[in-house]
Design a binder for this molecule. Structure first.
Ligand code: 5GP
Ligand code: MN
Length: 321
């Protein structure tokens, strides 16, 4: 229903602003770019917006250079654009700054996402947490719009699917994700090339940071906690995005059921990534701190002394194990 409603609505509009979430990943970026390419092929006028710098591992995606940031957006006349938010379901995931959220106040809003919803948002929302990646939903939308999926579109969609399923290894991998992958590969995607861009392109600095991060591991009752401090980033010549996906590694152990990465972003303030196996729902843990995400991959921001945060996380996670 929402898919057809979105497709019909898009047909009758011309100007679109497609927005990703902040701290972007290959699913939000790939979804936005695929839709951007498709809307252009439909003769529409789309703009792609990302508040943050686009991730290093996404630089191979066709037209990645077309993303604008909020400063550029402020200089454009976007009052008659339709806002399409992808891979998140509230404007507060596009930007946390309430003064910037005002920019979007008068726009019609479409939401396309696969995260659990906290508050309903948007004029038309298509939200399906059972779908492994937002890019799979965008694939359905592009087909419903009757746009031919070309190689550029396919690469963008495949990147989103590949990152959100951990290259088809996470618990969200299902028959449909492999069917879509196969269809995208038949459009010209080279799966091993995309895998290398997304998973085997670390700088040596990032690799050294990884080595140091693994040494911070604390482990208790099947729960692992890793920590990355600002000092560790500086010492290794790394930036904010370099610790992405370190949280996946403790899960290599059969004994570790939940893995957490604490990344210092300010004094006594941490970005928290949580991953789990099988039926352990860590979205509810993230939500208890004001964050969110999926059953097996969620995140939040926590303020406080690190020792207290770790204790609190161990306690809360032990309660659900
Ligand atoms: P990551 O740990 O990679 O930052 O995030 C894991 C998943 O949780 C992603 O799907 C991401 O969109 C979601 N997520 C991370 N942080 C937050 C947050 O603060 N709020 C919400 N609602 N979702 C988050
Ligand atoms: Mn996603």
């Amino acid at each position: 229903m929402s898919l057809q409603a979105i497709s019909d609505f898009i047909y009758h509009q011309n100007n679109f602003l497609i927005a990703t979430h902040y701290n972007p990943d290959a699913d939000t970026i790939g979804s936005a770019l695929a839709l951007y390419h498709a809307l252009k092929l439909l003769g529409k006028n789309p703009v792609v917006l990302c508040k943050d710098k686009t991730p290093k591992d996404c630089q191979f995606l066709p037209s990645i250079g077309d993303f604008i940031n909020l400063d550029t957006l402020k200089s454009l006349n976007i009052s008659d654009h339709v806002l399409i938010i992808v891979d998140c379901n509230h404007i507060n995931r596009v930007t946390r700054d309430e003064n910037e959220q005002f920019l979007f106040n008068n726009m019609k809003k479409i939401v396309i996402d696969h995260h659990e919803i906290v508050n309903p948002y948007g004029d038309i929302a298509w939200i399906d947490p059972s779908v492994p990646s937002t890019s799979m939903m965008i694939y359905e939308l592009i087909k419903t719009l009757n746009v031919e999926v070309n190689k550029d579109i396919a690469v963008c969609l495949y990147a989103g699917l590949c990152i959100d399923t951990g290259n088809f290894r996470h618990d969200n991998t299902n028959a449909q994700s492999l069917i879509v992958a196969s269809e995208l590969i038949s459009k010209g995607v080279n799966p091993s090339k995309v895998y290398r861009y997304l998973f085997e392109s670390w700088s040596i600095q990032k690799f050294r940071l990884f080595k140091e991060t693994i040494q911070t591991l604390e482990e208790e009752s099947g729960i692992a906690i890793l920590t990355v401090t600002k000092q560790m980033l500086e010492r290794n010549g790394c930036d904010d995005e370099d610790s992405g996906n370190f949280v996946d590694f403790p899960k290599k152990s059969v004994s570790i059921k939940v893995s957490v990465l604490l990344k210092e972003i300010d004094k006594d303030k941490y970005r928290v990534s949580i991953r789990s196996k099988e039926d352990i729902n860590v979205a509810q843990i993230a939500m208890s701190y004001g964050g969110g995400g999926h059953k097996n991959a969620a995140g939040c921001t926590i303020e406080g002394k690190i020792d207290y945060i770790k204790k609190d996380l161990f306690r809360k996670i032990k309660n659900i194990l």
